[in-house]
Design a binder for this molecule. Structure first.
Ligand SMILES: [Zn+2]
Length: 344
């Protein structure tokens, strides 16, 4: 506690004493930036002096960790104000001017921009505006022009609204390569009075939950199932080239949805039948054309057995019940209580 307060008050030498923003108008410009720097200093302190913070494994910062701001941001909307509010007009100044901006900058640094780019832009702001009177726009613009990253969406959602982050996995469709065209393709051909002979050789996909799916083909490679593909490979590739091809056995179309208002990078951990995992981060621009849901197609040699969105809880997602596929069973408090007294 005392160490935290000392770090915080020393930080005020820089914000607002040197970078002289107007605390009466924009409380977050010194308290938020200072709380953010306090978080970084505390975490570095914890890494440097693990004995001092034991038994904790990381410094127990009061503010800054994404998970810490979830109760505030998921709270009653009628009691929330945007960060961009005069400090005298907000309901709870602590989370509004300290915790939320500190968390927003922490997420921007760790998850959106990366430390190197963020730190360069943040230092440029401090250098450019020392002994001057910056307004919020000066901060937002410097962070953007020093990094060359369009952050309008980030400032808008985190600083000008009371939206929250909620991203989930909504649906997973499984597809397999098929020797014969599926229903959709047959309808396409009928409508145009075409037969397979009229078309160039094609490789067909059918959904696992459709009548066209032949369970015998599950787990087989596409060239084992599709003669067209086999012939194409024989005609166009050398034996050495064919030997190098890693054919996927499984195809998936995954729908992710975004009930929350704030766009975020889509961080996904895929787990396969052999226990291996793959982490893919899709940039926040993935939401640019559709703010409600996006689909990704992936192929793999192993069967996909699990999907988790934001597995390390780095985006302040307020509802994690929709973050997993297959859906994790949600036990009620009563069930948990029953298990506890039964000693299960
Ligand atoms: Zn302060």
């Amino acid at each position: 506690g005392m160490i935290s307060v000392i770090i915080h008050e020393v930080g005020h030498n820089f914000f607002p004493m040197i970078v002289n923003s107007d605390e009466r108008q924009w409380g977050w410009m010194d308290e938020g930036l200072d709380t953010f720097m306090q978080y970084i200093a505390e975490q570095e302190f914890g890494e440097k002096f693990p004995d001092v913070i034991a038994p904790n494994t990381k410094y127990p910062s009061r503010r800054g960790d994404p998970a810490k701001i979830v109760p505030y941001m998921s709270g009653d909307q009628s009691a929330l104000s945007p960060i961009m509010s005069n400090p005298e007009n907000v309901y709870s100044l602590g989370p509004n001017a300290y915790g939320k901006p500190a968390t927003a900058l922490n997420i921007l640094r760790e998850t959106v921009m990366g430390r190197e780019l963020f730190d360069h832009a943040f230092k440029t702001y401090a250098q450019r505006w020392k002994f001057k009177h910056p307004t919020p726009e000066d901060f937002f613009r410097t962070m953007e022009d020093a990094s060359a990253v369009d952050l309008d969406w980030y400032w808008r959602s985190w600083f000008y609204t009371t939206d929250y982050v909620d991203i989930g996995v909504d649906d997973v469709k499984k597809y397999h390569v098929s020797a014969k065209p599926g229903q959709e393709m047959r309808d396409f051909m009928t409508a145009r009075n075409l037969t397979e002979a009229d078309l160039p050789p094609l490789v067909y996909l059918v959904a696992e939950d459709s009548e066209d799916f032949d369970p015998e083909t599950k787990g087989k490679t596409p060239s084992e199932v599709s003669m067209n593909l086999k012939e194409f490979m024989m005609d166009n590739m050398t034996e050495a080239e064919r030997a190098e091809v890693k054919e996927p056995n499984f195809f998936y179309e995954i729908t992710f949805n975004k009930p929350g208002g704030i766009p975020m990078p889509l961080i996904v951990e895929y787990t396969y039948a052999d226990g291996s995992t793959e982490m893919i981060t899709y940039p926040p621009e993935i939401w640019r054309k559709n703010d409600d849901q996006v689909k990704r197609v992936i192929s793999s040699q192993q069967e996909l057995v699990g999907i988790v969105v934001d597995p390390k809880a780095e985006t302040a997602d307020i509802d994690v019940t929709n973050n997993s596929w297959p859906k994790k069973e949600q036990k009620t408090g009563f069930d948990q209580f029953k298990e506890k007294i039964k000693g299960k």
